[in-house]
Design a protein around this ligand. Structure first.
Ligand SMILES: [Zn+2]
Length: 108
């Protein structure tokens, strides 16, 4: 009988598992936030620049960037719709079947 613990916390940033449940929500995360001054006060915070996808419990965006110091927008689910959505995250969030239709995106 193995006594190996399966409750190892992933503190090194390496992948703790290969399977990703389809129902895990993805939230918007960005390097900066700005006040949305389009409405009335109190102004809400909105992502500034590229919107990346982030899964709670992880330390990286779906496209593999470290999220230390980034802002999570808990009220926003990541969506591929906005033009500001990160292409790498969009691709990574797609199901395998639809991802195969896409060419790899090489951004500089
Ligand atoms: Zn990204």
């Amino acid at each position: 009988m193995s006594t190996t613990s399966t409750l190892v916390r992933d503190s090194s940033g390496t992948a703790s598992g290969t399977e990703r449940a389809a129902e895990i929500p993805l939230y918007v995360i960005s390097t900066h936030k700005v006040r949305d001054r389009a409405g009335k006060p109190p102004y809400r915070w909105i992502p500034y620049g590229i919107e990346h996808a982030w899964q709670p419990g992880t330390q990286r965006t779906l496209c593999g960037q470290w999220t230390a110091g980034w802002t999570v927008f808990w009220e926003r689910r990541f969506s591929a719709t906005p033009s500001t959505a990160c292409h790498g995250c969009v691709e990574a969030s797609l199901p395998d079947e639809s991802r195969r239709r896409l060419d790899p995106i090489h951004t500089v």
